[in-house]
Design a binder for this molecule. Structure first.
Ligand code: SF4
Length: 336
């Protein structure tokens, strides 16, 4: 491994007692079992330290979350039965973490001042050019082994320009991030769902811990946010989300100088992601049937299943009213 950041990850993993296998080439030959369940388990417990090639370092726009997507890894060790990665990453769900993080960061200045989100939205213009690190992974889930998120936060803290690093997470161990000189150029969001739906989020931190972690980050001066995602219109959703928003309000209301945003993302899937998720989580009770659904064509010409107009209206009205009463100090960034 020629990259110091990659070597540090391998050493950290070895220190934690993880079995290390060095490959002679950059082709991953994992020798996964034929049985799909065992192959899934083996893949989810494998972390590959790889070098991001130039094609992966070319950033893509990622509305509505941010101007640009920047990846420090691909894949996630958790087991959410709606995971959006099922539709965007191909092959067995191993996690690849990038050893050449400094090369990735060196590419960012070329994108400064470009992007549509912050230039078109008056609300978000003060954040500068925004870079989202959670599109293909949960960066905090990997932090104990990679240190990549801390490295990026520190790098953005020293990058004295109008720019913002963004990440969202279903994990809660923020201790390594609290003392970084972040200069308020990183916004952490907690990705949350009610306790009622915890059964769909295997391997993640309890939602109460995620809210407590967000509070610690806010007290450490970070801008913060809530990603309420995916919003699931299953029986009991009103009471469940009402309780969740009340808990979030109670957790954050007294934080001095709080800068809190809200992102609201309803549950959706494609026929491709549904097929993958059905194979990964055959016992899941997450509803991906046709009731309450309608087909939406994306700008890329693909189709996804979203809630129908009436369900969407009901959900949206509920969230707008309830957020106004429980988190009146928050800014809603978008609903989708
Ligand atoms: Fe997927 Fe996020 Fe769950 Fe990881 S935490 S499995 S990335 S939905």
């Amino acid at each position: 491994m020629t990259f110091a950041h990659g070597r540090a990850m391998v050493e950290r993993a070895a220190g934690l007692g993880v079995e290390i296998v060095e490959l002679a080439s950059d082709r991953l030959n994992l020798g996964l079992p034929d049985d799909p369940r065992r192959a899934y388990t083996a893949a989810k417990s494998t972390l590959a330290v790889v070098v991001a090639p130039p094609s992966k370092r070319k950033l893509q726009p990622i509305a509505p979350s941010a101007d640009w997507r920047v990846d420090l890894a691909e894949g996630c060790p958790a087991h959410c039965s709606y995971c959006y990665l099922a539709g965007s990453l191909k092959g067995p769900p191993i996690t690849r973490v990038y050893a050449n993080l400094d090369e990735i960061l060196d590419g960012l200045p070329a994108y400064l001042g470009q992007g549509t989100i912050t230039s078109r939205s008056r609300d978000r213009a003060q954040e500068g050019t925004t870079f989202e690190a959670s599109c293909y992974t949960d960066p905090l889930a990997l932090e104990p082994i990679t240190g990549s998120l801390s490295h990026m936060i520190d790098w953005f803290g020293r990058w004295d320009v109008p720019a913002q690093l963004r990440f969202t997470t279903k994990f809660a161990d923020v201790a390594p991030l609290l003392d970084i000189d972040h200069q308020r150029r990183t916004r952490m969001r907690a990705s949350i769902n009610p306790r009622l739906f915890a059964r769909f989020e295997g391997g993640t931190a309890p939602v109460a811990d995620r809210l407590a972690a967000l509070r610690r980050m806010a007290l450490a001066g970070y801008p913060v946010g809530l990603t309420i995602a995916p919003i699931i219109a299953a029986p009991g959703w009103r009471d469940a989300y009402g309780e969740l928003l009340a808990d979030a309000g109670a957790m954050l209301a007294d934080v001095p100088g709080l800068d809190l945003t809200i992102e609201l993302i309803t549950h959706r899937f494609t026929s491709g992601s549904k097929a993958v998720l059905d194979s990964w989580y055959p016992g899941s009770t997450l509803d991906m049937g046709e009731a309450n659904r309608t087909t939406k064509r994306t700008k890329f010409g693909t189709e996804k299943q979203v809630y129908d107009a009436e369900t969407m209206r009901e959900l949206r009205r509920f969230f707008e009213e309830r957020l106004a009463s429980t988190l009146p100090f928050a800014r809603i960034l978008y609903w989708t």
